[in-house]
Ligand binder design. Structure first.
Ligand code: ATP
Ligand code: MG
Length: 396
């Protein structure tokens, strides 16, 4: 529980109470599903009347994240509040925390909002990060170490799915990229030789209990997560152990309460480097809805209510395919979108379709995901590749 939690709140918060979430996107929607399955009522704060979570929630407060009245209404309706995205103003979380338990805490979300602060925090917790420099002004630009090139210039704030990032090879390219990004504070990161990417989801309760999901191997294309594979042997044992250790350390160091995803790079020389963290469930943890006995969204509910955190058990090998709006369009064609052949996909064994209820498919928009589960890694991969072929996702 965060500091300032009112004494009147009965703890744990049992089913029957109303739980709130800031943000009405797909993560909010899946949180709502999990909370409702456990018998809670839900309230979503999101300005969009058609938001994926708002449409299925008991209550939908249609207000901006910094709207004091909207926040007050959410606080009135709810016994506890969480967030589905990190770019909520820290002040909004603080306003809510004065009235009811909020997890994760605004201070943790504020760190995750800022790549520079986040990296500093990782270093503090003893985890290696990519060599980098903060570029906040002309002088920083001039002083940037040429050893960081080729690199990636990333805005410190508001980046997602590879947006707000430019690859740069030379000093003039770096200067042009900073201009292009609007001369906002950025981090210049050395471009690392990646062998693999992975992530770990941990969940930490108010009393310090800490559980985790198995290490997830992630494949990104064009800066967006495409495939997550979770099964025995997906990563070298030593890497998996280090990643788990680092993620747990960070959660403890932050005195974090809630679900936290930590993303890593595995370098060609076998070293593990931390990329970033998300103070919420993450796309790479979606497989847990069908491949584990407790999903990342149920963990989020348990953390925010003070329910016990039993260690989740993975019961099936799992592969998650992200379903981007591109799949609704024929390659290169200008024709109207059409739905992918769901019937052919669902004819395959162990396929679980999750669609987010977004009205309009657009290229690059996350429309849903497909979880493929099986008794063995080989079978899960084989079915996932068949499903990918049906959907038009390139083999992996
Ligand atoms: P998301 O929020 O979807 O995780 P993001 O916009 O925060 O993405 P990053 O995670 O920083 O972006 O980068 C997206 C992808 O770009 C990474 O998953 C990785 O594939 C690649 N990438 C990022 N930084 C580096 C780097 N320093 N060296 C090599 N590749 C990188
Ligand atoms: Mg990322």
């Amino acid at each position: 529980m965060t500091a300032g939690t009112p004494q009147a709140v009965a703890w744990p918060i049992l089913p029957g109470a109303t739980l709130g979430v800031l943000g009405g996107g797909q993560l909010g929607r899946m949180f709502v599903h999990a909370a409702q399955a456990l018998g809670y009522a839900t309230a979503v704060l999101d300005p969009d009347p058609g938001s994926p979570a708002g449409r299925i929630s008991h209550h939908h407060v249609r207000a901006a994240y910094d709207d004091a009245q909207g926040l007050a209404e959410l606080a009135r309706r709810c016994a506890a509040v969480t967030t589905e995205f990190e770019n909520v103003p820290a002040a909004a979380l603080e306003q809510l925390a004065r009235a009811l338990p909020v997890s994760p805490a605004g201070a943790c979300v504020a760190i995750a909002q800022d790549r520079a602060a986040e990296k500093a925090r990782f270093v503090r917790s003893g985890a290696p990060v990519a060599p980098h420099a903060v570029i906040a002004c002309e002088a920083d630009l001039a002083a940037a170490d040429p050893a960081l090139l080729p690199g990636i210039l990333k805005t410190t704030r508001l980046g997602y799915d590879g947006k707000g990032q430019v690859r740069v090879a030379t000093a003039p390219e770096l200067a042009a990229a900073w201009q292009q990004l609007g001369r906002v504070p950025c981090v210049l990161e050395q471009l690392l030789p990646l062998a693999q990417e992975c992530s770990v989801i941990v969940a930490r309760g108010a009393g310090g209990a800490l559980v985790h999901l198995p290490v997830q191997r992630n494949l990104h294309r064009d800066g967006i997560l495409t495939v997550t594979e979770v099964f025995e042997g997906n990563l070298p044992e030593a890497i998996a152990t280090q990643a788990l250790y680092a993620a747990k350390n960070i959660a403890r160091d932050l005195d974090y309460v809630g679900v936290l995803c930590v993303e890593f790079f595995v370098l060609e020389d076998g070293r593990l480097v931390i990329n970033e963290m998300a103070p919420r469930p993450h796309n790479s943890g979606h497989w847990s809805q069908n491949g584990a006995d407790v999903s990342q969204f149920e963990l989020q509910v348990r953390c925010m209510t003070g329910l016990p955190l039993a260690q989740p058990r993975q019961h099936s090998a799992a592969v998650m395919l992200n379903l981007l709006g591109d799949l609704w369009f024929d390659e290169g064609a200008q024709s109207a979108p059409r739905a992918p052949a769901w019937d052919r996909v669902l004819a395959l064994p162990g396929c679980h379709l999750h669609l987010y209820g977004k009205a309009e498919p657009k290229r690059g928009r996350k429309m849903g995901h497909l979880n493929v589960t099986a008794a063995s890694a080989g079978a899960a991969r084989a079915t996932a590749l068949q499903a990918a072929a049906v959907l038009g996702i390139a083999p992996f």
